[in-house]
Design a protein around this ligand. Structure first.
Ligand code: FUB
Length: 455
């Protein structure tokens, strides 16, 4: 993480402290990720979790300089686990750059991640497909070549009720092709969807692009109606949508979903239903240092209108409400985060990811933790190449009630792991849990996972 983001974190803390004074304990939970810049969200619901596939804008980027894709997941829409980067440009031997906006879908126990990436030989953007047996990867190149290549971007994938899968993509045009059941080949030829003003709205001032359709289609079906939610106009973009009675049209323009907002000249939509609610993912430039090339993914909960139309959704810092609570009495990954200040994540030698680059005063918030009748102790898996420090366990604020302090020793290496345990008192009921890290100067220690005992 760039020092810019670290400084930015301090600004956020300052702003949040101010907000706390004015409005009480509510804290912003958008954008979803604060450790890095993320873009182009593509959510997938699988086995009771939401998996969120994103791009990764490099710190300080002045173009869409994107080298890898990232995966996050959540069971409650507010605490998000970082699964790192299971697919990058280098996954595709034939690709040279531009890990742009994709989407993942599951079929027959395999996960297919369709992405736009630059084909080295032609210099054209192409659509590659990664495959994995796990939603968090690792993903490999499914076919060793582009699935389709016509210089256009932003694939979205959809499987209709009859099992027919469709891949759609395009900027400046909008294409579709029927995927075969293997999801890595197709029948027929890529076909253009006519971009009519009736279908996709009217753009003024751009004779070569008379409709609002710009890029980033997200196609799905609800109650027999097909929806295409897309980035409209350029630039700055807003999110609009069209509907159709069938997967290939004819499309009717339905209006705005999310107006131009948020300090990024692009936006990119992904919609899922989860646990009875509907969720709209998008990106903006909300993190300090953020902008059109340093974007951040966020989420809002919404309700479809009774006639199936989508309400206008605006960006908030509060984000979606929590679904349920988090259980502290099972092992939780340290990189499961609702909000953080100052930390970063990396691959852990023990598997998964760990939190690192922890300095005095940094913190992680985990939202809605259900302690029940009371925790008696806390255990964490830690490592430190320095002399360690302390994990302060606090409730409802980085300076909130202290319910325990765990001392972390030096272990001889940042990936030399040991388990520490400390007593806990006063953690009952449901609270936002803050891990506030304390110690001397420099980096203190890493944390791989944690668990409370008792309860
Ligand atoms: O992230 C790179 C490009 O920006 C995506 O492919 C577009 O959808 C826009 O968000």
């Amino acid at each position: 993480m760039a020092s810019a983001l670290r400084r930015a974190g301090l600004v956020i803390v300052a702003l949040l402290c101010t907000a706390t004074v004015i409005t009480g304990p509510a804290r912003a939970d958008n954008p979803i990720v604060q450790t890095i810049y993320t873009a182009d969200p593509a959510p997938l619901v699988h086995n009771g979790r939401v998996y969120l596939y994103t791009g990764h804008d490099e710190d300080g980027s002045t173009y869409f300089t994107m080298k890898e894709w990232r995966v996050w997941s959540s069971a409650d829409m507010v605490n998000w686990t970082d699964h790192g980067s299971p697919m990058s440009v280098s996954t595709f031997a034939w690709a040279s750059a531009d890990a742009w906006a994709g989407q993942t879908i599951e079929r027959n126990g395999k996960f297919y991640w369709y992405v736009p990436v630059k084909d080295r030989a032609s210099g054209q953007m192409a659509i590659g497909v990664g495959v994995s047996t796990s939603p968090t990867g690792p993903f490999t190149d499914a076919i060793g070549r582009p699935l389709v290549r016509n210089g256009e971007i932003d694939p979205t994938v959809f499987i209709d009720d009859n099992g027919q899968a469709y891949l759609y993509w395009g900027n400046p045009n909008l294409w579709y092709v029927r995927l075969n059941a293997d999801m890595i080949s197709y029948s027929g030829s890529p076909t253009q969807i006519p971009l009519t003003t009736a279908g996709f709205g009217t753009r003024t001032g751009n004779a070569s692009r008379p409709t609002l359709y710009e890029e980033g289609p997200w196609i799905f079906k609800r109650n027999g109606l097909y929806y295409n939610v897309f980035a409209a106009r350029c630039c700055s973009e807003f999110i609009a949508y069209s509907t159709a009675p069938g997967p290939t049209g004819p499309w009717t323009y339905r209006g705005t979903v999310m107006p131009t907002q948020g300090g990024s000249f692009t936006n990119h939509a992904g919609i899922v239903d989860f646990n009875g609610g509907s969720y709209f993912f998008y990106h903006n430039g909300a993190l300090p240092g953020g902008g059109g090339y340093t974007r951040s993914v966020a989420v809002e909960k919404f309700t479809y209108n009774a006639d199936g139309t989508i309400p206008t959704i605006t960006m908030t810092t509060a984000g979606a409400p929590q679904v349920g609570t988090l259980n502290p009495y099972v092992r939780q990954e340290a990189e499961t985060i609702a909000w953080e200040s100052g930390v970063e994540t990396e691959r852990a030698s023990e598997g998964g990811m760990n939190v690192g680059w922890i300095e005095n005063g940094d913190y992680i918030k985990v939202k809605g933790v259900a302690f029940g009748s009371g925790a008696t102790s806390f255990t964490a898996r830690v490592a430190s190449a320095s002399s360690g420090g302390r994990i302060e366990l606090r409730l409802d604020g980085a300076n909130g009630q202290l319910v325990g302090t765990c001392t972390v020793p030096g272990t001889g290496g940042w990936q030399t792991w040991t388990t520490v345990t400390c007593p806990v008192s006063g953690a009952t009921g449901t609270h936002d849990l803050y891990f506030r890290y304390a110690g001397g100067s420099g980096y203190l220690f890493n944390v791989n996972w944690w668990q409370f005992n008792g309860g």
